[in-house]
Design a protein around this ligand. Structure first.
Ligand code: NI
Ligand code: MN
Length: 222
């Protein structure tokens, strides 16, 4: 069984038996008060170097001797900071012990000179999750769905810095993914959104399911 554990903002973990990996570990202000030392993972995946995504990644990676996975520029900075790293880049895939990772484009700043923001499609113990990272909607999301059979899409809906709910609905259509988890909203007033309204609107197609996961809650991925 694979579990999606939502910390808050765009930070979540995937867990399976004795393994866990974490994405964009921004912990500041999380409602459960989770601290870097509470996180036990084998890998840390970071989409870009903005503070609300890099977060406590270095500390978590070093505490656990975990592998920091990102694009070459972001991983390079992590290596300089003393982390064990695995550099990848857009379109690249690699098989890790937990499963395959594909690095996807994201239209957003990287937060680091010469870098590129990304998303990830991760096959984690048999469940394939697309985490879009911070991005606008883009038509090549349809291409991603041709390259990988995606079970769940984790999409930002906060607007202002990323796509908002209306654009995320188009992303859902382009991807054709039937199970959606919205993130990157309600962390601050600037990205306040009503996820239940998004859920109602997306689910109106009669086929797609939106899972609104509250910070601190978990969802079993099937
Ligand atoms: Ni960002
Ligand atoms: Mn962000």
């Amino acid at each position: 069984m694979v579990t999606f554990k939502f910390i808050h903002h765009a930070c979540f973990m995937l867990e399976h038996e004795n393994n866990a990996i974490i994405f964009d570990p921004y912990l500041d202000g999380n409602p459960m008060g989770v601290k870097a030392e509470d996180i036990h993972v084998s890998h840390v995946l970071v989409t870009h170097n903005h503070g609300d995504h890099l977060g406590s990644a270095y500390e978590i990676a070093k505490n656990n001797n975990a592998v920091f996975i990102s694009t070459a520029e972001v991983a390079g900075a992590a290596a300089v900071a003393g982390c064990k790293t695995h550099s990848m880049h857009l379109g690249g895939t690699h098989a890790f012990p937990f499963g395959k990772v594909r690095v996807t484009p994201a239209f957003h700043g990287s937060g680091i000179a010469g870098g590129h923001a990304c998303g990830f499609i991760v096959n984690y113990y048999g469940v394939t999750v697309y985490f879009a990272g911070d991005t606008c909607v883009f038509s090549d999301m349809a291409l991603l769905a041709k390259l990988e059979h995606i079970d769940y899409a984790v999409l930002p809906i906060g607007d202002n810095f990323t796509m908002g709910p209306q654009d995320a609905k188009v992303a859902v259509e382009l991807l054709g993914v039937k199970k959606i988890i919205p993130v990157h909203y309600n962390t601050w007033p600037l990205i306040a959104q009503d996820p239940e309204k998004f859920k109602t609107e997306v689910e109106a197609d009669g086929q797609t399911k939106v899972f609104v996961v509250d910070p601190g809650d978990s969802l079993e991925l099937l």
